[in-house]
Design a binder for this molecule. Structure first.
Ligand code: HEC
Ligand code: HEC
Ligand code: HEC
Ligand code: HEC
Ligand code: HEC
Ligand code: HEC
Length: 447
């Protein structure tokens, strides 16, 4: 009888160890997928957000379902044009976006599987880049994020095993009791067993308690800290020597020469190669690294020093400022209509090399908000609404200087003043804030 139960215990332990190795193996594979994703795809893709290319989670299954061909996506990743040539589905995907994907001829099927495994099981780490975090320690955080999924599964499996083992023990004791005639008819519950065990092993119980409490603290601290913290994020860029300081400050180039759609569209825009080559056909760069970077730039533009060869490739700049998909933000509303400066939201970019998300304390004060008075981290919802609460719309601007620009608000202001009894709450402080005109309405910022 006893031998039978011990045998069962062994089986359980074997199963557990096998699972442990399996999980360790999966983590290994997912770490490889992560590395491949980060070196090849991350500059344009995120598992859950649109970057330059679409979000990638679930695309492998989607492609297989839509085309019935499991290998088409490998063709796409190795050379998307080959896939377009054979599949109308691939052609629609390629036509949907403005920009094009790169080719990765050296990736094997196994590599691509590893990438999609990683993407499909991706867990947003706290304090990571892009959507949810600061740049420092990004890679470490990600590693933990990718792994933690498996730790949860492993934890669950262990729990099941522990309970199963306890169940075996319980039955074993019951049998023993019956055999020795001690049976009092009462069944032992799991709780009783746990209590008895804790009593026998007080030191160990205390240690487990301390570890559990400590882990809880660490996890919740990381979670709280991770919320909405994007500040200081400064991803590496493909043209490493590119410097805002050299261009915008030392050479006095206007921000909107390069980000030329900020004043009349939703996006400020990242300059295309043509914009750079306007100057860099002739300007070679000063520093050693700068010269190398300009050379790389020309190579990507397909410029051989005399003429264009026609073989150009886009530079995949890494996005710095990204809001989640559910938020609507419009540059022209702020830059053109609101009359704000770039530095009000992006800080002293002209002192930076590559762009970095400025801390709220670095932002140029707006209107009535004194220096260092913004209390919420840049890019969080609190940041948007704090500014909307404190900033007056420019109702009093000089219409002679800027005809037509703010007449809409002039008119509102005029009407409000006429009915000052009703609109007292708007007028009591002699200003109309963005909030009072609807800048706190959820639907203005959320789709
Ligand atoms: C230079 C930017 C860039 C890089 C790097 C890049 N992609 Fe793409 N990818 C795109 C764009 C843009 C699209 C949208 C389709 C198009 O316009 O060609 C896309 C589309 C895709 C699609 C189809 C998505 C859908 O909605 O069906 C898959 C799958 C994909 N990419 C996988 C990858 C993988 C895997 C890597 C890394 C090995 C990678 N991409 C690297 C830009 C890129
Ligand atoms: C309006 C002209 C202009 C445009 C447009 C322009 N640059 Fe420059 N760039 C300059 C000047 C001027 C310098 C300084 C050269 C010097 O000091 O010898 C420079 C320097 C550089 C350097 C070298 C820095 C160093 O350390 O020597 C790099 C790299 C560079 N630019 C990249 C770019 C990229 C990438 C773009 C497009 C996004 C771009 N530039 C667009 C004018 C321009
Ligand atoms: C009211 C705050 C605000 C002002 C003013 C502002 N920006 Fe932005 N900027 C943002 C936010 C928020 C994002 C992220 C948008 C997103 O993810 O949809 C952003 C994104 C960007 C991007 C990334 C690409 C893009 O188009 O989304 C660039 C480049 C940029 N801003 C440049 C500028 C320049 C240049 C100016 C001044 C002419 C400026 N911004 C003024 C808040 C601002
Ligand atoms: C010579 C062209 C050039 C000029 C001038 C320039 N930028 Fe940029 N900007 C770039 C390039 C290239 C990038 C992408 C690389 C990077 O992130 O630094 C960029 C990135 C940015 C970003 C981050 C975009 C993102 O991915 O979210 C912001 C914000 C920005 N610039 C603001 C400004 C402001 C403000 C000024 C004026 C003080 C300015 N830029 C002047 C070329 C330029
Ligand atoms: C530095 C101050 C400032 C910050 C930060 C800011 N805004 Fe604004 N916002 C303004 C001003 C000023 C206006 C009014 C423009 C005008 O005159 O219509 C405005 C207007 C708007 C409007 C139009 C409101 C309406 O009633 O039509 C939307 C939507 C908006 N902002 C979204 C955002 C989002 C989303 C963010 C954060 C990502 C943000 N803003 C951050 C200053 C700011
Ligand atoms: C001025 C613009 C603005 C307004 C108004 C606004 N939001 Fe947001 N909201 C944002 C931005 C920006 C984010 C993204 C913040 C982030 O990623 O940390 C956000 C995020 C959220 C989130 C996701 C949680 C989070 O922190 O990421 C929820 C839920 C939300 N908003 C609900 C609302 C509701 C409900 C209202 C109306 C009472 C509202 N929002 C009004 C800009 C706004």
């Amino acid at each position: 009888m006893r031998g039978h139960f011990v045998g069962k215990g062994r089986v359980l332990i074997t199963v557990m160890l096998t699972l442990l190795f399996f999980v360790a193996g999966m983590s290994e594979a997912s770490a490889q997928g992560q590395e491949l994703f980060e070196t090849n795809c991350k500059s344009c893709h995120h598992p859950d957000k649109k970057v330059i290319g679409p979000k990638l989670r679930g695309t492998k299954a989607q492609w297989e379902e839509a085309t019935g061909d499991a290998s088409l996506i490998y063709t796409w990743v190795r050379n998307w044009e080959d896939a377009v040539a054979v599949s109308p589905y691939a052609a629609t995907v390629a036509a949907k976006e403005g920009s094009a994907m790169k080719a990765f001829p050296s990736l094997t099927d196994a590599d691509i599987d590893a990438i999609f495994d990683y993407v499909d099981n991706y867990v947003e780490p706290s304090g990571d880049e892009g959507g949810s975090g600061g740049g420092a320690g990004g890679t470490e955080g990600e590693e933990e994020g990718g792994m933690s999924y498996w730790w949860f599964i492993l934890g669950g499996v262990l729990l099941v095993v522990i309970f199963a083992a306890a169940g075996v023990r319980r039955q074993l004791r019951q049998v023993q009791k019956v055999q020795t005639g001690e049976d009092d008819g009462q069944k032992e519950t799991y709780g009783d067993i746990l209590k008895a065990w804790a009593k026998e092993n007080q030191g160990l119980t205390a240690a487990i308690g301390v570890v559990a409490l400590f882990s809880l603290l660490v996890v919740s601290y990381g979670w709280l800290k991770g919320i909405g913290v994007y500040e200081d994020y400064n991803p590496p860029q493909p043209v490493s020597a590119f410097s805002h300081n050299i261009h915008a400050e030392i050479n006095g180039i206007d921000c909107q020469y390069c980000h030329n759609s900020a004043s009349d569209s939703k996006h400020a825009g990242i300059p295309t190669m043509n914009v750079c080559m306007n100057c860099h056909r002739s300007i070679e760069g000063a520093s050693e690294e700068g010269k190398k970077s300009v050379e790389y730039l020309r190579e990507m533009a397909g410029f051989d020093g005399v003429e264009y060869t026609g073989e150009s490739q886009a530079i995949a700049w890494n996005r710095v400022y990204v809001l989640p998909d559910h938020v609507y933000f419009n540059h022209s509303q702020h830059v053109n209509v609101g009359g704000l400066e770039c530095q009000n939201c992006h800080g002293p970019v002209e002192k930076m090399t590559t762009a970095r998300i400025a801390k709220a304390s670095e932002l140029k004060p707006v209107g009535d908000i004194p220096e260092n008075q913004l209390t919420r981290p840049t890019l969080t919802m609190g940041w948007c609404i704090e500014c909307h609460n404190n900033t007056a719309v420019a109702v009093g601007a000089d219409l002679d200087q800027d005809p037509g620009k703010v007449s809409y608000y002039e008119e509102i202001h005029r009407r409000l003043k006429k009915r000052s009894d009703i609109y007292k709450k708007y007028l009591d402080d002699e200003k109309i804030t963005v909030r009072e005109l609807g800048g706190w309405e959820c639907a203005k910022c959320h789709y």
